[in-house]
Design a protein around this ligand. Structure first.
Ligand code: GTP
Ligand code: MG
Length: 253
């Protein structure tokens, strides 16, 4: 059975069995049950056992990344609450998180010519766990970046300020990839989490631009790309203006 099968079956199994696997967490449970899956039914016992081991590794990997997301979300919740107590407003409008699907993990490993294994995924892909934080003002973004950067239990692996230096497309956001500690029963593990921090205005543009690209399923023409960039620049001007108004009203200049 190829690793691609393992990734796909993994997705199916997580859906069907996650509740019971969580309860029993037993390798025998998986070995007993994979026999019922069409893709595994004609495999030798050795292959089934190998599959069960790989499946277990995927389950552990997913649990680790999911836990790392929870750690960062809790940290952000606490920060937002503290900010609210101090300044009577929440700097964060919304937090979304996602784990990369098995399909995208495979796609990215294939693109990078890497083996399709859980080990290769965790070693080479830094965006399996992703969090998107939408803020009200540009200054809120830097407030959050500053605090996350100062934490001694988080290690910043990558940092890109696409706000002071927007991408040629016009895309703006602050990107951080942070190594996050997760305490499991046996020891402390680390997992990278990609955090995209942007204002509501930046999110508005990025979401629509992504949708337009995805919907057309083809490269956008230079004219359309130019128009989209102009929209991004106009939106950025409004964002800066709103920030100025906020500073004026609150005597923060
Ligand atoms: P990936 O391999 O796509 O993860 O790129 P990368 O590792 O070079 O990171 P980069 O900072 O370029 O982008 C990471 C993520 O930012 C993407 O997966 C998107 O979610 C977002 N992003 C980057 N550029 C754009 C853009 O031009 N438009 C939109 N809508 N999103 C973008
Ligand atoms: Mg990515």
């Amino acid at each position: 059975m190829s690793c691609i099968d393992i990734f796909y079956i993994y997705d199916i199994m997580v859906t069907y069995y996650s509740e019971r696997v969580n309860l029993m967490s037993e390798m025998e449970f998986i070995i007993d049950n994979i026999g019922n899956l069409p893709a595994v039914v004609n495999q030798s016992e050795e292959q089934r056992n190998e599959f069960a081991v790989n499946f277990m590794k995927f389950l552990q990997l997913t649990h680790l990344y999911d836990s790392a997301i929870k750690v960062v979300r809790t940290c952000l919740d606490i920060l937002a609450e503290e900010f609210n107590i101090k300044f009577s407003r929440n700097p964060i409008h919304n937090i979304e998180s996602r784990l990369k699907s098995a399909e995208s993990i495979i796609g990215k490993l294939q693109k990078k010519n890497l083996p399709l294994t859980p080990e290769a995924a965790s070693k080479n892909l830094l965006d399996i766990a992703g969090i998107r934080v939408t803020c009200y003002y540009i200054s809120d973004i830097y407030y959050i970046v500053n605090i996350l950067s100062r934490r001694d239990d988080f290690t910043i692996i990558k940092q890109k300020d696409y706000i002071s230096k927007p991408k040629p497309s016009g895309y703006r956001s602050y990107h951080l990839i942070i190594n996050v500690p997760v305490y499991l029963s046996s020891k402390k593990y680390y997992a990278p989490v990609e955090i995209q921090i942007r204002t509501m205005a930046m999110d508005f543009w990025a979401s629509l631009e992504h949708q337009l690209k995805y919907k057309t399923n083809a490269k956008l023409s230079p004219e359309i790309s130019q128009e989209l960039k102009e929209c991004a620049d106009r939106i950025a001007k409004t964002d800066t203006q709103m920030q100025k108004i906020f500073m004026q009203i609150n005597d923060l200049e």
